[in-house]
Design a protein around this ligand. Structure first.
Ligand code: PEP
Ligand code: MN
Length: 347
């Protein structure tokens, strides 16, 4: 159950509602927004008596029954799409947002050239890992602080917003100084200590689906972020592990509409990690636009052959430009559909 307090309900009213919830034997999880406080009621058993009582309690605007274990991220809690604002762009709004850049930040020359190229082709956000989660401890681990500084330089030169990965709760503050969006990698989707500290980082989060995680588990991880104070969450489908070996991962393309049914959060598709193979990226990207994702994140490298990570799935700048040109009619159709949907919803 979720209790939405009236805007500007008093502290006494809020405390009283929390008190009543505890008296009924449930736990309280509240989110203090700018305008209003929303209280999550967590526990087992029939909530009817508690719900009816709270509906009549001063300061309460609405009490809603929510059956899913993830409450704040569910469609039951909020029907309207969440729009996440990043540096003047709205993800989940009227534009399909493209994030592009190398897997890893490798050098000034590499990141600047990529940033300029992807910006010209229509990307809004520059990706680039400074902290890299690598399967082997002997592989390149990322440029760390030096990489973050190069990303800042690229932002200053191009105006692109920055998305970069944070791997540990120890690095949250540092990465938040440089990133416009904090990326949580597939391997860290259930790093709960990291999720908890990201709740308070003040930056939007791109949460990647774990390679062996169900959609429900992805939503539970998103719930951690929201329950700990951060409702600016983007969900990312990046392929899952199956018996198939023709692609690096199996792109669960249906996860996009499934998530659109289950949650109000924006959904981003990663056709690069989902396929592992550059020749497959444009087709899967097209599918992502057509199936109603809110954006995509694509790996692009000026010289993939020399890339220190994920070269095989990285597009060259030319290939990225061509893909964006070929996607233009799909972006236009996407926009028409989205504008009509938002107008119908009265947004
Ligand atoms: C990446 O974006 O480079 C990355 C490591 O992705 P994932 O966490 O999805 O494997
Ligand atoms: Mn990568």
């Amino acid at each position: 159950m979720i209790i939405s307090m009236r805007p500007h309900a008093t502290r006494e009213e809020i405390d009283h509602v929390c008190e009543r919830i505890r008296e009924f034997g449930y736990k309280v999880h509240s989110i203090e927004g700018e305008e209003r406080v929303v209280i999550g009621v967590v526990g087992i058993g029939d909530v009817t008596a508690c719900l009816e009582s709270l509906e009549a309690t001063p300061g309460v605007e609405r009490a809603m029954r929510i059956s899913a274990p993830y409450k704040f991220v569910s469609k039951e809690f909020k029907k309207e799409r969440t729009q996440v604002r990043v540096d003047g762009h709205e993800i989940g709004g009227e534009e399909f947002i493209v994030m592009a850049g190398p897997c890893s930040v490798e050098s000034e020359q590499q990141i600047m050239e990529t940033a300029e190229g992807v910006r010209k082709a229509g990307a809004r956000i520059l990706r680039g890992g400074a902290f890299k989660p690598r399967t082997s401890p002997y592989d390149f681990q990322g440029m760390e602080l030096e990489g973050l500084k190069l990303l800042r330089k690229a932002k200053e030169a191009t105006g692109l917003a920055i998305i970069t990965e944070v791997m540990s709760d120890r690095d949250v503050e540092l990465v938040a100084e440089y990133a416009d969006i904090m990326q949580v990698g597939a391997r860290n989707m259930q790093n709960f200590a990291l999720l908890k500290s990201l709740g308070k980082c003040g930056r939007p989060i791109l949460l990647k689906r774990g390679m062996s995680s169900t959609i429900k588990e992805l939503l539970m991880s998103a719930e951690y972020l929201v329950a700990h104070g951060n409702s600016n969450v983007l969900l990312c489908e990046r392929g899952i592990r199956t018996f198939e070996t023709a692609t690096r991962n199996t792109c669960d393309i249906a996860a996009v509409p499934v998530l659109n049914e289950m949650t109000h959060l924006p959904v981003i598709l990663d056709p690069s990690h989902a396929t592992g193979k550059r020749s497959l990226v444009p087709a899967v990207a097209r599918a992502g636009v057509a199936i109603g994702a809110d954006g995509m994140i694509v790996e692009v490298h000026p010289n993939p052959e020399k890339a220190v990570s994920d070269g095989a799935q990285s597009l060259t700048l030319d290939q990225f430009r061509n893909m964006m040109t070929q996607l233009k009619p799909y972006f236009d159709l996407w926009k028409q559909a989205r504008v009509a949907e938002l107008a119908a919803a009265g947004v």
